[in-house]
Design a protein around this ligand. Structure first.
Ligand code: ADP
Ligand code: MG
Length: 266
């Protein structure tokens, strides 16, 4: 019997648009012989909408759906309620695929909801998601297990009141150019590269719009590669092919990249 996969996309983070792009790709790759799809789009305001056709994901018209879809946290029910004007339909789901980026999507929050509902889901669990979403904590953990990484200086948004002191601290530690990024964001939202003092100040102000915690990093020169790792815990660890990120601009920015990063299996 076919399983029902709830594919959840959109979301309330600054990466809403990127998630919608990802959803189009994911939906096109799911094996329909094995899965029925239940599409749920989360608006930027946080409303969960039932999406009754795939084309609506690509053209953005899903936001006009007047039908809400509520994932129940009830572990016995394991279902989504589709709330129409005059009826409520209960759809049992076998698994959830959160194609969400950023806050409330990749940071352990929605994963917590799936855990409560005891619905299997695609991707990392609560702890790994939470730690990996917040670059401060990723850095602390990577440091503690000896993973080499770009040297970094933490800056709190509240410290920007005394911008001169922050700039002095950064300039003492690093030569330009430096990278500035919010601790919690992705798809290069709020990330900038500063080659001089004024762009450092502008970059810090920009990053502060996204998060209260900011990182300033030394620039690493070289090829940028990515590799997904699956499993762990009691499961065998598998690694994907390694892909090289080919940046369309000065550095990688998903929204500006015109081509998909080339994923060349190693
Ligand atoms: N320290 C760095 N040195 C060189 N390039 C960097 C550095 N930090 C970020 N970048 C560039 O900026 C992009 C976005 O930064 P990243 O830390 O990956 O943030 P995000 O979580 O938004 O993907 C990277 O893919 C890379 O191209
Ligand atoms: Mg990145």
């Amino acid at each position: 019997m076919k399983k029902t996969a709830a594919v959840i996309f959109g979301g309330q983070s600054s990466e809403h648009v990127v998630s919608c792009m990802s959803a189009v790709n994911v939906i096109s790759q799911i094996d329909r012989e094995k899965y029925n799809l239940l599409l749920i789009g989360i608006t930027e305001e946080g409303r969960w909408l039932y999406v009754d056709n795939e084309e609506a994901v690509a053209d953005g018209s899903w936001k006009e759906s007047g039908v809400c879809a509520h994932l129940s946290p009830d572990a016995v029910e394991k279902c989504v309620y589709i709330v129409k004007a005059d009826s409520v339909e209960k759809v049992p789901v076998d698994l959830a695929f959160p194609v969400l980026h950023g806050k409330w999507g990749e940071d352990g929050t929605i994963q917590g909801l799936f855990e409560m509902a005891q619905i299997p889901y695609v991707g990392c669990g609560v702890l790994a998601s939470a730690v990996s979403m917040d670059k401060f904590y990723t850095k602390l953990i990577a440091d503690s297990v000896g993973v080499r990484q770009a040297a970094w200086e933490p800056v709190l948004g509240s410290e920007l009141k005394d911008m001169d002191a922050v700039v002095e601290r950064i300039e003492k530690r690093f030569a330009y150019p430096v990278f500035i990024k919010p601790s919690n964001a992705g798809s290069s939202r709020g990330v900038s590269k500063a080659a001089d003092r004024q762009s450092l100040i502008d970059g810090l102000r920009e990053a502060a719009l996204h998060d209260t915690k900011i990182l300033v990093e030394e620039t690493i020169v070289g090829h940028e590669i990515e590799c997904a790792v699956f499993g762990g815990g009691s499961e065998e660890v598998k690694a994907s092919g390694v892909g090289e990120i080919l940046a369309a601009a000065d550095f990688y920015d998903l929204r500006r990249n015109t081509t998909t990063p080339s994923l060349k299996p190693s």
